[in-house]
Design a protein around this ligand. Structure first.
Ligand code: TRP
Ligand code: ZN
Length: 889
């Protein structure tokens, strides 16, 4: 907690580390109230640095002794300024011995060494290792680690760290020890230890080269019935990395540990991944389909980091997307390959597009907008963002789109060949891609350096005489903080042309014949601000399907008529653009209706939804040739925040009412069809989280939600029946949520029964809080009431997020109450959380990012709340950066 002005750190100021560390030996005497850490490291001057002082970082730890080559250093021998400890006049090579003390039990930040439910865990990325010992805690210092753990054997029977277990045994006083050695050099952010009372599911798994590795999933007792899916996902991940990228597990042992108090999803510590329980624990009784999918993705993600992040790591934190964008891309491809079918892949792609529009586009248009490779930051923890992760993944995907799958694979191979065991930059990755393919990717660099979502405007003209079809693409990018002007991006635009019969036309563009092997999609390379492409031999007026498979993270504008959109929605061979056509149809209605509602003073009166739209929806709904998973996506309306993103002045209530009207109207007008699909998509028998069953449940439960958007006795009874008879959590929460959102009289009773049945399952209690927090009937008073529930605590991130963050970021109606009460609540909670856990507080703080877009009355209230937080004398750098950027002009 700082009171001084936070410092901005710039990418351009990067300098090489003054000293390198070869080996580190750590000794831990673990005690919740007073842990003693002994650190012996061998260091040597870095020939690449002009700086001659040893520089170590330390934070919130008590320095007991500091010895250099056996000599204890005194006051005059070193300087401590803030978190930096400098030792001037150091020799070329030295052994440093440092003893420090920390207090894990009072570490509520969950960064560094902390306790959760009485056991010890660590979280070191990005800069948590300095909260454990003094160290050159930066990712370009890679060292070999040996770790000795000592702790009470009764309380902490399991002692884990990175790499291989070398030795273990008993000590005096009921204590025991374990010695671990990591054979690979690594940056300090990948260090981890666990000392806990845990049990594991384990298995020997054969690797491609015939070696076997010991795989373990560690959880608290009582949760061993929820580890199967994580273990299975881990095995699939290992296999997939071998098969698709020829990358093998490089350790004899790979461990996953689940912990209930955790700031994010999971952490890729070498050989010892530590996970939020949310991304490990699952069985049909407690976890939904979405939970199962999340586990597969996150287990994959962390495992894939072993190569993209650990073996090749980041030079500095500005390069974060080097590992995160690439690893998200890899986990996306993994999830898609696990489904295997074309539509299945497309549905995962549609999900990715939704995430971008829901979260990344708004970020890119707000006060925290930053390039995929930021130029500056105050607090690096604020830059684990959807831009660095998801847009970063889109940037990686664009290489694959431009170079082809084989070309991309060549680039990956060259990247590992060049940079294994190095700490490198995004430029190094781009150069590997360019060199492996003999391509100039200079302009492509702008995807890393320019923030903001590019807009591509498309104009088309068919010349009947010449049988040409001309596509003009004009790109621009709005200004973002610190970047007024943007240069043109290198944008892959995948395109196909549909004939009147709905089939793809053959493609010849600028003299080049595309569509070899029957492919009818061309990838155009848009590099100019204004560029024209000419298709020849076009014998009829086509309907253009532009940006197929969402080939670039841009906003595509084109003056599509309703008829064209209905044509695409009915026929496009590219499922992503087929879905997209439906989204465009829906969005135009939603925007118009939201305007009408606002003009009428937020009264829903005489609204009308046209037959064209309802018929298009009906056609997709009943088309049994389409996968249920695709139909579900096609019928999902854009979210309230996606609608808000299209408007200059946002009236959240008007948007909500308009969207609810559309949902209710669909529910009423398609009642027969929805009921039929509800019945047709039942999944009787044993629960299985396979793609087909997940798709059926999704469509069935969407039907239930639509039916209850215009509830009648029958639809309510259906929801109640599903709630009572559900044999899995997916169906149970879908039914409960339908009852809650329909304001059913039975909802309160159902909520109570749900709580009673699952109160012993923390992750289900989170769902229980979140569902109520998101209900449009929930206002601040109700949230405050829920906060007094015995199961609520701000100290557990999952719980705090489930209630407080869900309300502030996922309940527009309650949060944006006209009296500003939601914002007052937000300020209060940000301040309270900041005193405990700045990372969690800072994420909540971002709920106000887009405050300038709201109606003047709301804006005034929001500004006051932001100023209230900014006016706090004591505030973390994390929250300070977010609120001051929000308030800056
Ligand atoms: N590197 C982790 C991942 O991508 C995420 C991470 C970064 C993290 N910082 C963290 C997790 C702090 C927990 C706490 O999966
Ligand atoms: Zn990651």
């Amino acid at each position: 907690m700082r009171t001084d002005t936070p410092q901005t750190i710039y990418r351009k100021d990067y300098t090489a580390p003054s000293y390198l560390v070869d080996t580190v030996e750590l000794g831990f005497d673990l005690d919740p109230a007073r842990t003693v850490v002994a650190n012996r490291m061998t260091v040597r001057r870095n020939p690449a640095s002009a700086q001659r002082e040893i520089e170590l970082y330390g934070e919130d730890i008590e320095l007991v002794t500091l010895r250099l080559n056996g000599r204890t250093l005194g006051e005059g021998d070193y300087v401590i300024e803030g978190t930096l400890l400098r030792i001037p006049n150091a020799p070329e090579e030295a052994t440093l011995e440092i003893e420090t003390i920390c207090v894990p039990e009072s570490n509520t930040t969950l960064s560094g060494l902390y306790t959760s439910n009485g056991s010890f865990y660590t979280q070191c990325e990005a800069e948590g290792f300095r909260r454990i010992t003094y160290f050159p805690d930066r990712p370009d210092v890679m060292a070999r680690f040996t770790v000795m753990l000592r702790a009470d054997k009764d309380k902490y029977p399991v002692l884990l760290s990175n790499g291989n277990l070398i030795e273990e045994g008993d000590l005096d006083n009921g204590r025991h020890y374990a010695l671990w050695e990591d054979p690979f050099k690594k940056p300090s952010y990948l260090f981890a230890l666990v000392a806990a009372r845990l049990v594991c599911q384990e298995e020997n798994f054969e690797l491609a080269d015939g070696r076997t590795a010991l795989l373990q999933v560690w959880v608290e007792e009582g949760n061993l019935d929820k580890t199967d899916y994580a273990m299975q996902s881990l095995k699939h991940s290992i296999r997939w990395d071998e098969e698709r990228w020829n990358l093998e597990l490089d350790l004899d042992r790979f461990m996953i540990v689940a912990v209930g108090d955790f700031n994010m999803g999971a952490m890729e510590n070498k050989g010892l991944n530590i996970f939020n329980t949310k991304f490990v624990l699952a069985n049909p009784r407690v976890a939904t389909d979405v939970d199962f999918q999340g586990i597969e993705a996150v287990v994959g993600h962390e495992y894939f980091h072993n190569w993209t992040g650990n073996r090749v790591t980041c030079r500095d934190w500005f390069q974060l997307s080097l590992k995160e964008g690439l690893t998200v891309f890899r986990d996306q491809e993994f999830s898609a390959d696990m489904i295997g079918t074309n539509t299945g892949r497309a549905v995962t792609r549609i999900d990715q597009v939704r995430t971008l529009r829901q979260a990344q586009f708004p970020e890119d248009a707000g006060p925290m907008a930053h390039p995929v490779r930021p130029d500056s930051f105050v607090e690096i923890n604020n830059f684990y963002t959807v831009t660095v992760y998801e847009k970063g993944a889109e940037v990686v995907r664009m290489y694959q789109t431009l170079l082809g799958r084989d070309g991309f694979r060549k680039g990956m191979d060259l990247y590992f060949q060049r940079h294994d065991e190095q700490a490198v930059t995004c430029d190094d990755f781009r150069l590997a891609m360019a060199d492996a393919n003999g391509r100039d990717l200079t302009q492509f660099e702008r995807w890393y350096s320019q923030a903001g979502t590019p807009v591509v405007q498309a104009e088309t003209r068919w010349d009947e005489q010449a049988q040409t079809y001309t596509l003009r693409l004009v790109q621009s990018c709005p200004p973002t903080p610190g970047q007024a002007e943007k240069l043109p991006f290198h944008i892959p635009v995948a395109i196909g042309l549909l004939g009147r019969d709905g089939r793809d036309l053959p493609l010849t563009v600028d003299g080049k014949v595309h569509g070899k092997d029957g492919a009818t999609t061309a990838v155009l390379e848009l590099t100019e601000a204004d560029q024209t492409f000419v298709f020849t031999g076009v014998t009829e007026q086509p309907t253009p399907s532009i940006l197929r498979d969402f080939s670039a993270p841009v906003i595509l504008k084109h003056g599509y008529s309703d008829a064209e959109l209905v044509h695409l929605f009915s026929h496009d061979s590219d499922p992503v653009n087929r879905w997209e056509a439906g989204q465009r149809l829906a969005m135009s209605r939603l925007l118009k209706l939201a305007g009408q509602v606002a003009a009428a003073g937020n009264v829903v009166d005489r609204l009308d939804l046209d037959d064209t739209f309802v018929d298009a929806m009906r056609k997709i709904l009943v088309d049994d040739t389409l996968d249920p998973s695709f139909r579900e996506q096609a019928l999902l309306l854009p979210t309230e925040s996606m609608i808000a993103d299209q408007l200059d002045v946002v009236d959240p209530l008007a948007i909500h009412l308009a969207r609810q009207f559309v949902r209710a109207d669909i529910g009423a007008r398609l009642r027969t069809e929805l009921l039929a699909q509800y019945d047709a998509n039942q999944t009787p028998g044993e629960y299985s989280p396979d793609a087909e069953s997940i798709g059926k449940r999704a469509l069935k439960n969407l039907a239930l939600a639509y039916l209850n958007a215009a509830p009648d006795e029958a639809s309510l009874a259906l929801a109640q029946k599903q709630f009572d008879g559900a044999t899995n959590m997916t169906d149970r929460v879908a039914a409960l949520s339908a009852l809650v959102h329909a304001r059913a009289p039975a909802a309160a009773d159902a909520l109570q029964r749900f709580y009673d049945e699952f109160q012993g399952e923390a992750l289900v209690v989170d769902k229980w809080f979140a569902m109520q927090a998101a209900a449009p009937t929930t206002d601040v008073a109700r949230v405050r009431e829920l906060m007094t529930h015995k199961a609520f605590t701000l100290r557990n991130p999952n719980r705090a997020r489930s209630l407080v963050s869900t309300f502030c970021a996922g309940n527009a109606v309650g949060f944006h109450a006209p009296d500003g009460s939601g914002y007052g609540f937000w300020a209060e909670q940000v301040i309270a959380l900041d005193a405990l856990n700045p990372q969690v507080a800072s994420r909540l703080a971002r709920a106000m990012d887009r405050w300038r877009r709201y109606t003047p009355d709301l804006q005034a209230h929001m500004k006051r709340a932001l100023q209230q937080v900014a006016g706090q004398a004591k505030l973390s750098n994390d929250v300070r950066e977010v609120v001051s950027k929000a308030l800056a002009n």
